[in-house]
Each structure stands twice: as C-alpha cells, then as structure tokens.
Ligand binder design. Structure first.
Ligand code: IMP
Ligand code: MG
Length: 183
C-alpha cells in the first residue's frame, strides 16, 4: 500500500500556483505605487501567510522590513471563534510605521479586526491589510481590506499556506478540501 497523497484529499483546485503568482505580482505593483517613499513594515500572520509573504514580498522593488505575529483564535476546527490570543508578538516597534498586514484569508474577519485595533493602539502611522483570499462571510465584520487577491466561495480551502489540522500547507495550489477528510 502506498502512502496517502495530498491530492487524494482535494475535491477541486480553486486557484493554481500560476494564478496566485500573477495576482501577487499585480498587488505588489499597486503596493509599490501606493507606498512610494514610505517606511513600510510587512507583518505576516503565522503560519498561514508564510507563502503569501514569501512570494508577494519578492515582487516589491522597494525597501521593506518584515515582522511576524502568531495568533490563535479558538473554536471548532473549521470555524473561527473571534477569541484571539497572541502566541508570538512582533519583534519590532511599529510606532510611526506604515504597517501592511499580510494575511492568507479573511473568513469572518474577526482575527483581522482584532489585529487592526491592536496595531492602531501601538501607534502605527497607518495599518492596511493585504489578503490573498476573502470569503463572503467577511462582510459580517467591518474589515477594511485594501488589497484582496481573490474573492472565493464559502468552502473550506487548503494549500499555499492554508491548513486543515496543520496539514496541506505545502500544497502549491489553493484547493477545496474533500468533505470525507473532516466529516
Ligand atoms: P477569521 O477570523 O474568521 O477571519 O479567520 C481567519 C483565520 O482562520 C485565517 O487566518 C485562517 O487561519 C483560518 N481560516 C479561515 N478560513 C479558512 C479556510 O478555508 N481554510 C484554512 N484556514 C481558514
Ligand atoms: Mg490557520
């Protein structure tokens, strides 16, 4: 018997690696224009945003610094609860800095609205959000997301950094998780 393959757990590829890279290049061009001459700190939200950060940041032609936050929101495995706990804080002082939060996905928006408030209270000059993916539920909470890669349907997706039970992050594409995996 062979070892289980990631592709066995996918019902549909939603976005290919190439589509994702093209979109991140496009967003990077916008960000470069919008932030010309400013002191930008990219803050990636661990662990899901690792791939987005790596590919997006390398499209940027200007100087940036990079920092990371790890937060967890409790609740059932495929839903966010809105209760946010910091697991790893920023290493740098963002006072007076223009912060661009780099996220994998906005679902309810609860995690991000919490982060936006938290960063604003630290005296950042500005805080904006770049998210590769956004689900329709994002309308539930008021989250001003300036840069969005793709609006996607309400399915649970995996790959390109996104996990289910910490697996599937290494899948190159973004795909819909097959229901047999979690039901
Ligand atoms: P929110 O607080 O509901 O916006 O949840 C945001 C976080 O939940 C994301 O950063 C992801 O870690 C996780 N999440 C939400 N939807 C999905 C999904 O479809 N696949 C994998 N993780 C997801
Ligand atoms: Mg996650």
């Amino acid at each position: 018997m062979r070892a289980a393959d990631i592709s066995d757990d996918i019902s549909e590829v939603l976005l290919t690696e190439e589509q994702i890279h093209d979109k991140l290049a496009e967003l990077a061009a916008q960000v470069a224009a919008d932030y010309a001459g400013r002191d930008v700190v990219l803050v990636g939200v661990l662990k899901g945003a690792v791939m987005v950060m790596a590919d997006f940041a390398r499209h940027l032609p200007m100087h940036i610094t990079m920092d990371w936050m790890a937060v967890s929101s409790y609740g059932a495995s495929t839903r966010s609860s809105g209760v946010v706990q910091i697991r790893k804080d920023l290493d740098t002082d963002i006072t007076g800095k223009d912060v661009l939060i780099v996220e994998d996905i906005i679902d309810s928006g609860l995690t991000l609205s919490w982060l936006l408030e938290n960063f604003a209270s630290r005296g950042a000059a500005s805080v904006e959000v770049l998210a590769l993916l956004r689900k329709p539920d994002a309308m539930k909470v008021e989250v001003d997301c300036r840069y969005v890669g793709f609006d996607i349907p309400n399915d649970f997706v995996i790959g390109y950094g996104l996990d289910y039970a910490e697996k599937y992050r290494n899948l190159r594409d973004v795909a819909v998780l097959a229901p047999h995996v979690y039901s």
